[in-house]
Design a protein around this ligand. Structure first.
Ligand SMILES: CC(C)(COP(=O)(O)OP(=O)(O)OC[C@H]1O[C@@H](n2cnc3c(N)ncnc32)[C@H](O)[C@@H]1OP(=O)(O)O)[C@@H](O)C(=O)NCCC(=O)NCCS
Length: 210
């Protein structure tokens, strides 16, 4: 497995020094390579996924992605019914002062993302919240695991200690994914908080049973 990093194009202002790098194998990737703000992930099923920083101009294609997603997937991501993102919401998500936002592609056509993912500081020091949305057609192929794994690497590069996510108790794919990445899971009413420790030998935990 070859892991190539050419620079630190995803550092967020105010982030601390990198805490180290994971191999792709830690996160369900066969391999990854980064150049500037673009990373190519090879999923364990052999799909090449390009991830790059999202920009303001990606809103239209991200809303088209929302339209291709099922209601269930959108509810999984937002924990409520959502059809589109507003300009103001997207501007905040892509604003590097408020975290990181990445869009995912499986072809050279960068006007048709198959997913997007965000990492946002929660306000609690060292805790950032991760969210991932993968288009239904591309789910269950290892893409979400690879993208979430990349988020954890980006979190490490930004000095983050814990990546957390909140999902509905019935969201088994998301729970399985984050447990595979080493998350500790806490049930709070009808939500589950999954918390991945970023510092140290990240991701080197044994996957929990389903
Ligand atoms: C959650 C999500 C990101 C996962 O993405 P993905 O590309 O499907 O993820 P992967 O294929 O890497 O892994 C999903 C795993 O869940 C498993 N899975 C799927 N349905 C399952 C079910 N009903 N019960 C148990 N496991 C299930 C899959 O088998 C797979 O595990 P495997 O690789 O060991 O076979 C994707 O389903 C999604 O975008 N959902 C809607 C948004 C959402 O809920 N986001 C989570 C909040 S951040």
């Amino acid at each position: 497995m070859t892991l190539v990093h050419f620079d630190e194009g995803n550092r967020v202002p105010g982030g601390t020094e990198p805490t180290g790098r994971n191999t792709g194998e830690d996160h369900g990737m066969a391999a990854s390579a980064t150049a500037g703000n673009r990373t190519v992930l090879l999923t364990r099923s052999g799909i090449r996924v390009l991830l790059r920083n999202a920009g303001a101009g990606d809103l239209e294609s991200v809303n088209e992605l929302h339209a291709r997603c099922s209601v269930r997937s959108r509810e999984g991501r937002y924990l409520r019914r959502r059809e589109t993102l507003r300009v103001s919401e997207w501007q905040r998500l892509v604003d590097r002062r408020h975290g990181l936002c990445q869009v995912a592609f499986v072809s050279r056509a960068e006007d048709r993302p198959i997913g997007y993912a965000t990492l946002t500081p929660t306000g609690r020091p060292g805790d950032w919240e991760a969210s991932v949305l993968i288009e239904d057609l591309w789910q269950n192929k290892g893409v979400g695991t690879a993208v979430a794994g990349r988020l954890i690497d980006l979190a490490a590069e930004n000095g983050v200690r814990f990546v957390i996510t909140h999902v509905a108790v019935g969201n088994r794919p998301a729970l399985w994914l984050f447990r595979r990445l080493g998350a500790e899971v806490t049930v709070r009413h009808d939500l589950v908080e999954a918390r991945v420790a970023v510092a140290g030998p990240r991701g080197r935990t044994t996957p929990a049973p389903r």
